[in-house]
Each structure stands twice: as structure tokens, then as C-alpha cells.
Write a protein that binds this ligand. Sequence first.
Ligand code: ADP
Ligand code: MG
Length: 1045
Amino acid sequence: MRYHGREVDVEGRMRLVMESTLTARDRVGVQDFVLLEKYNSEAAFIENLRRRFGENLVYTYIGSVLVSVNPYKELEMYSKQQMERYRGVSFYEISPHIYALADNTYRAMRTERKDQCIMISGESGAGKTEASKKILLYFAVTCPINEHMATLGDCLLQSNPVLEAFGNAKTFRNDNSSRFGKYMDVQFDFRGAPVGGHILNYLLEKSRVVHQNQGERNFHIFYQLLEGGDDDLLTTLALERNPQSYNYLVKGNCPRLSSVSDKKNWKVVMKALSVVGFTEEEVQKLLDIIASVLHLGNIQFGEGEEGETYITTETQMTNLAKLLGVDVSALGEALTHKKLTAKGEEMISALNFEQAMSTRDALAKAVYRRTFNWLVEKINQSLALKEEIYHSGKGCTVIGLLDIYGFEVLQHNSFEQFCINYCNEKLQQLFIELTLRSEQEEYETEGIAWETVQYFDNKIICDLIEEKHKGIISILDEECLRPGETCDVSLLEKLEDTLGGHPHFVTHKLANGKTRRIMSREEFRLLHYAGEVNYNVDGFLDKNNDLLNRNLKEVMCQSDNQILSHCFRRKEVADHRRPEMAATHFKNSLMKLMEILKSKEPSYVRCIKPNDAKQPGRFDEVLVRHQVKYLGLMENLRVRRAGFAYRRRFEAFLQRYKPLCPETWPNWHGGLADGVSTLVNHLGYNAEEYKLGRSKIFIRFPKTLFRTEDALEAKRPEIALTLQTSWRGYRERAKFQRIRRAVITIQSAWRGMKARRRAKRRRQAAELIRKLIKGFIYRHEEYCPENEYFLDHVRCSFLKNLRKNLPKSVLDRNWPTPPPSLVETSEHLQRLHRTNMVTKYCRRVQPEWKKQMMQKVIASEIFKDQKDSYPQGVGRLFLDSRLEREQINLKVVQTLGNDKVQYGVSVVKYDRRGFKPRARQLLLTNTFAVLIDRTKIKQRVDYAALRGISVSSLSDGMFVLHMPNEDNKQKGDVVLHCNHVIELVTKLAMMASKVNCVNISPGSIRFLLARGKEGIIDFVRGPELKVSKGKRGHLLVIAPQTNVT
Ligand SMILES: Nc1ncnc2c1ncn2[C@@H]1O[C@H](COP(=O)(O)OP(=O)(O)O)[C@@H](O)[C@H]1O
Ligand SMILES: [Mg+2]
């Protein structure tokens, strides 16, 4: 396999590629110093820090140690979403963060059920307290909540502002510098919910109460009270609002801070006090004490003639005594006199001016320190486990948070710096011990030969300081206790005597020429693991003695301020044994702390301050190098890198890099160790590059890992493609399967329904058939259950059939044959239907048509079955007239006058004698008919006089109008022929009301001639119409045969 990796830049420029960054946001430098190729190079180390800091990546790991650079600005990386992001995620999977450390610690506590501690160190202003607050907040937000302890989270969080108000101050380095060391335990129940807490505090810098360096301030609470307290409160406390009025607040010449609002914080603190559980009375007493310290600072002394001192500020004294709750004169006495016990006798001696001043200051410091201790105690009471079940300690695990001052080197280093740096030596020792121990344990469990790690063990320095009888602290104590004149210089001499020759101890006298030049005579130098520090012995004895005059203590324990009477116990006064010296006390409490820390699994946060100006974006390399050195970070790295740069559990390693080897991709089915060894063989690792433990692979050089990473990076698109295609395939397949399942479901449901329907229909059909057959069998019985369906069906189908086949016309006589049971009904229906049809028909008939019909009815009455030409004649339309208006001569019309012509037709008249045919018009009026020969009316026939009308039964058009015969003047009957004989005769008969007088003769018609004589017309059937004279003077009419159907 070929690698396309970039080479490691020799000049400390970090590679852009490293394992954990691949998934993380940041690709600047290395996220873990362990992966730094030149791990011995401080320059490379600092360059990595600088580059990351430039990109606001303030966190970097050294293995499991978190290095944090103070950004001095709000970063958007502490939100709740971010907390969620880090929750339950493996330490190395995501960019370094304080939350990752917190989460990891929390999970280790839960899964291994082992107490944990997080040690935060760094110099003042490096961000220790902020880090501890972030960790606490992370727990408060992400841990489950125990319903009984819902307020505990608040208490834990709110204890901070209280402690900060009383224990923090603005210093040269940090506007909110913690002036005490803090170790805080958070207790969790078996479900991982926080249920209690406990705080241990170390070495409050009480000298600050009475003195501050230029530009620094006293503890915040004094300024907060003066700024934020309302007028009433200040009056009660006899205070003025101006900090300049108080000697203890003016030393540093810095009453206000731009970055901190005392007024706002006052409110925060007051609220926090109540959340944490301070009663109003307690708060009042607390403020009395704070005010009393201010007043104490303003107490002034005068010097009498005999060197005795007296108090010059009476009002201050009264206020002070009132606030402290003590007797004013007793207090005044105690501030100016000292009680000595010599040879069992008590003696009072007056203090000189300086002594009185320092007694005053000592009281202020003692009061403040003890009050601070009381405060911590009080907070502990509210944080304490309340539930009985937890008291046993069973089921309860602890995460400790140590926020302690880092290594401190000032221009002028005194007792405090000595203690602080001693503390750091101890912590470094613990670190080495624990790291090496865990390293060694890991090698052992993994079955890898232990290789000696080259590192500096600072035990020698710890011993130098703390060893019994021989250590600096012992000598210091001894010197304090030694009777006779003791002074700081004699201490130095003693130290020189005892420790001279120790490789880590130098004084002016012991030093070589070069060192001597830069050391003053009052100094001794310790070569700490982090560097050299010169301590000035001035004040060492006093500070270590830390004595408060007995008579002052006596006064204080009479106080009616409960807090003070709690802080100054009578027992203490009664106890004549010497109390523990400050250094010894500190040493002992450190020992205890070490025990506590050793019993827990440690994690480390190392804080670094990027510049002294508290400015964002500025990276002062000199300053950082200094801190990297003092924090022992290079040591850290060396120890961590002593053997192998990188180690990971087999499964994690295989999981990550398996795409790089065909045998392990996509899945390795054999044992993990075999898988890893197949993989590394394929990758071509040399034997010295790696070792396989029992469950982990150890890679010696970062470059090996980087090479592998680069290969993975190059492989990534391919993997992505594979993943993409298989994911798409999977998704589509799943979709297809889903659709298919749905289709099948729908199909089967539909088929089922169809089948059920069919079965139902079949069942119904069978039932029906059965019923019909049964009904058929019983059809002749009475209507009974057996045949009811059949009969109903027959009826129903008859009616249905009838409805479809009703006769359409009146003439249609067809009618379906009804079943027996419906005969009567059927008849009714038939009648009804006919009536209905007739009615409808009649309604439809127009007047014209009615007239026509009436004429036809008459025609039928007259001719039906009587005359051959009837069927033909009746079939034709009867016209209103066969003559057009203009065919009738105008003269005729005029002659007729009022008698309107109703009907006119051309006829042939046969003379009575000789039967000569003559063309005439026959006109009918309402009362008579006339025969017209062109313009002349030839004959008028009154209807009233008309005797009858005769026609033959054949198809001819002959007809005879029978005229009255009694009148001889008449010319006789009129013989006429008309082509429309049926029509004409019908009309005439109707008009003349002679319907009954139409006579149809079959063979011949007799008619009258003039004067009573008779003529005869004979009718025979022949081929065609012919009218001719026949035998015996008869008229012979041959009528054609008509096809009567
Ligand atoms: N993570 C951080 N983000 C933003 N500002 C910070 C952070 N850590 C520290 N600071 C700033 O630095 C100041 C000093 O931090 P602090 O924790 O008080 O230092 P230390 O306790 O180490 O003396 C804080 O008041 C704050 O302004
Ligand atoms: Mg702090």
C-alpha cells in the first residue's frame, strides 16, 4: 500500500492531520500533544498552542490531560447544545473540551463506580475557577435530577458567588483571583444524580485584609457592601459609601474595577446567600463582621510619653465594639496591651505603637479568616447529604474538583508563595506517581515489557521542604518555638546550616559567584521542578507563628455575635498548648488532600494564561513558555510519551482503520488481535513501530499513525461511496419491500372481500333457487310460507314485465297473460291503461282533426262494410273543399250572398233522360246545396227537402240525391258522379242531417224521374269504371274491383 501522507514539518509546524481531528471541527495543529512528533521540543509545543489559540481552539490534550488557554473572551462553545454534543461521546472522537473531560469523568465514575477527581491547576488568572465552574455547570445541566435534591444543583452553583465574594479579589494578574485553595466534592447517588457536596478550603490569603499591593484590591465583599448595600444598611453598620474612607481599602489605590460591577454582584451574592441557606439574621451578623473589619482598619493609636499606646479614634471604637458585639473597654485594653504568662503568673504589659498596629491587623485577619472558614462550614451544611440512606456512604460516588493556586513566582516571594509552590510540588508528585502508576499498570495488564521512563522525580524537593526534623518546615517551626531572640535572619542561618549542600537549596552564602550576584542576603532559593524561586525570609517567622494575643481571643469569645462566638471558642483560650504553626498546619492539610486525591481516579486540567493584560487574542510566548515550564507540561508529555505515542483498544483501532485492508473490510470475523495484526501487516508497520498488548495496540511514533490516517483520508471518498451506495440500495430495497407488503395486504384484503361477496351471492342464489323450486312445487296451494316467495316473484315479474310491455297505442290489443293470482288485477290494469291511453289520445286531438274524425266516424257509420270504395275513401284525408276559391265563379258567390260555401267539389251530372254526362260544380252551404254550371246555378237542393241519398255498394262514385216526389214540379232526383263520393256524401249527410237517410244499394238504385216516373241504375263489377246506357233504359255502371284487404 502506498501512502500519500505529507511529511512532518520539522520546525514544529503541526500536521493538519491527526486521528481525532478528522471527525472534529478543528484541523489546526494537533489536538493531542502526544501526537506531536517532536515531543521533546518546547518550541513545537508552544507553536501548537499558539496556532490553536489563534483559531479560538483553547483546549488541547496531553493524553487524558486537558490543557486550556484562557481566551479572555466569551466563546460560543459553552452552550447547552454543546453540552449535549459532548454527552456520552468518546473522549477522542470530538474536539477537546472541558465538557469532554467532565463527561468522561462522570461516565468513568458511573461505569467503574470509582471516585474521581479533577485537578485544575495553573497560575492566577489562567482560568482555573472558570473551568471548575464550567464543570459544575455541566454536571448541573446534564446529570439526572434527584427529586428530593432538586435544589442541590442550585446550591452547588450558588456557593460559587458567595465564596468568590469573600475569597476572591482583584490582583495584578486577575480581576477575580481566588485567594484560597478549594477542593470540592460532588456526591452522586447510584443513578448518577448529584445528591451532596463538600468543600475544603486551603490557606486563605488573609494578609490581603490589611494590605494590598499597588493596583490590587481587598476581597470583593467590602466593595460590594459599600456599593450595593442600601442606605439603611450602611447607617446601621455606621459605614460611609466611599471606599476611600477605609484604610484597609486604600492601600492598592484601586477602589473600582472596570470589568466587575460591585453593585450588581452585591445583589447576586445576597441572592446566592439565601439560596445556599443563610438566614437573614446570619447575613446580618456576617455583614456586621465585614463592617467591623473596615472599622478596625480605621482605629488609630497615639503614643504616650512613656511609650504606651492609646486609642485615638473613640467613635470608631464604639462602632467597632458594637458590631463585634464585645465590650468596648475590654476591646480597647486588648488592642493596646498584651497578657503574658511567665512562671505561672499572668502579667499585663503595654504594647508599643508598632505592636498595637500589628495586633490590630492580626485581629482583622483572624476575624476575617475565621469568618471565611465559618462561611465554608455553613455552605457545607447546606450541601451535606440529607437523606439518611446516603449517610452510610454506600451507593454514593464522588467527583472531586480541585481548584488550587498554581506555581507562583513574584518579584518578592514570601511565606505565601513558599506554601503555594510547596503545594504545587506535592501535586506534581502526585501527578507523576499517578501517571506513572497508571502507565505501568497499563503495560502490565497489556503484557508489555515496562520500559524505564526518563523523567524528573521531584520527591527530593518535597522532602527538602517537608521532611521531619530536616525539612524547611520543621526548621521554621523550631525557630519559631526557640526561646530567646529569634529573627528571620537567624532562620536563614539555621537553614543554611541544616540544608547546605542540598542540590535544590541555595542561599547567597552558598551560591557560586554568578548566582550570588542576583540574590539578596535575605533570600534562599529553591530549585523547584518548575524552576528556581527566591524566597525572602522577611516575615516568615511571624506568618508561620500566626499568633493572636490571648487577651484579644478572650475578648472575642465573649462576643454576642453568634458567628464570632462560634469562630472564637472559649476552649481555645483555655487550652494553653501552642496551636499548630501555619506551615505545619498547611503541610498537614496538604497531606490529607493528597490522601483524598490518591484514593480517586485523577483527571487534569492545566490552565495557561496567554498574556498578562487580560486581553483576548494575545499570545505572549515568553509568558506561555514560562507557564508550560511551571506546569510541568513538557514533563507531562515526556512521561506520557515515554513508551508509546498512541494506544487504542483493538476494537477501536480495527473499527477505524479496517477499510485500509481488504481482509478486514468491511468486517473482520476473526479474533480482534488477529484482525489488528492482519491490518498492521498489510499496512507494513515495522516491528519497532508498534506492539500488541492483550487488548490494545501501542504505536510508538506519531508518524506511523499519521501515515495510517492519511491513507484513511485518501480512502475516505471510496468508503463514502460504498456506504452511500449500500445505504441507497438498502433504503430503496426497504422502500420496495414496504410497498410490496402494502400491495399484498391490499390485494389480499380485496380478494378476500371479493370472495366473501361471491360466496354470499352464491349462498343467496342457492337459497333463492331453493325457494323458487319449493314455491313452484307448492304453486297451486294457498299462499303459504313455502310458496310465498315464488308467488310474489311470479307476480312481481309479471308486473315488471307488464311495465315494459304495455300496449303503446289504443289500437294495440296485446296484453301479457297474467298468472292466475293476478287475473283480476290484470283486467283492472288493462282497463285503466286503456282509459288512460284514450284520455291521453283524446287530449292530443286538435279541433281540425276532431272534425276530420267526426266526419270519418260518420263515414264509417254510413259506409263501413257497405261500400267497396269505403276503405279507400275513408283512408284519405277529407278536405274542407275540393275547389279552390278562385275556381268558384264570383257571380255564383255573389248570388249565394250570405250563404257561405262550406264545401265545393267537381261532379258529373247525368241527365235523367239519356244520361248525358255534364260537368258541374256541387257547392254545399249550411242549408242547401247547389249545382253550378260555370256561372249559373242550375239547381238548388234544400236540405230540408232532401229525401235521401243513394249510393251503390261498389267502388264507383255514383250517387243519387232523392228529391221530394209529391211535388210534380220537381224535375226528379239528381244523378251525380263524384270522385270523392265517400267524402262528399258524408259531408252532405252531416250538413243536411241525413245520416240515416243514406241508402246503399248492392245491385241497383232506383230513382225518380219527373212526373213520377222511375229510373234505374245498375251496378256491376268490371275491369274499370264505365258509365254507359244499359239495357231497358237503365244506366249501367261498371265499377272496378277494389283490393279489399
Ligand atoms: N473559558 C473561559 N472563557 C472566557 N473567559 C475566561 C475563561 N476562563 C477564564 N476566563 C477569564 O479569565 C478570568 C480569570 O479566570 P479565573 O478562572 O478566575 O482564573 P484563576 O481561577 O485561574 O485565577 C475570568 O474572570 C474570565 O474573565
Ligand atoms: Mg481562581
